[in-house]
Design a protein around this ligand. Sequence first.
Ligand SMILES: [Zn+2]
Length: 263
Amino acid sequence: MKKLALTKGLGIILLLTVLLAACSGNESAPANETTDDNKGKPQLIQETEHAQFYSPDSKEDVSEAVTILGEAFENNYKRITELFRFEAADKTVIHVYTDKAEFEKMIGRSTEGTYVAEENIIKVFTPSDLADAAVKENYTDQIIHEFVHAVILQVNSTVGYVKWLDEGSAYYASNQLQKELQSKTAFLDLPDMDQLTSPEYFEEAGNTAYFYSGTIIKFIVDKYGEDAWNEILRQPDAIEEILKEPIEGVYEKWKSYLDNGLS
Ligand SMILES: [Zn+2]
């Protein structure tokens, strides 16, 4: 399959080269045409033990940030893959953009990071300067968050349709939840069950939706264990059988768990 696609790709490139040569015969092409064509195309910047980092930006501009992201990725790789009992066949491919406008144009919506399941590629925006500790933490957390999505969706692609489970697991396993819990003490904006199962809730509530979904995962792990969480990820429809509880009961127990200060 891969070989066939490569041959086809080469064929297209050859054809384009012929066409371009034919065009430039009549009119003089700008000297930087080839450079412009390559500009948006991510090139390999760095390879770590478990990942390949690509970027459309110049190596000088992006290398420092990629090194930092690469270290964070490798520091969390074993923990995340073991947590989800996942073994990758290949290295994780990560595309890094330091131009926010270019990144959003390429993705087609306002975001700073995503896992593109169809391509099996993590795509993130990151500032080229990560010298500020808080900024660095924000973007290293983001790459771990996206890696959790990559692992979960490779384990079971249907989790993508269960947003609280998908985002809650990413928010929890990337430790973003634990950091937010240090400053958040009151839970006054709890979603009801309809909100939790509606994709619009995530668009409307933003970070609040990630936070509460994360607390549901923490509740499941604390009360039912990591194995139960893994089973739910593999069979989201069987959640009631796995937790031996109707979903309304799970929801009520989660609310009391929050009321009791997550214990
Ligand atoms: Zn996410």
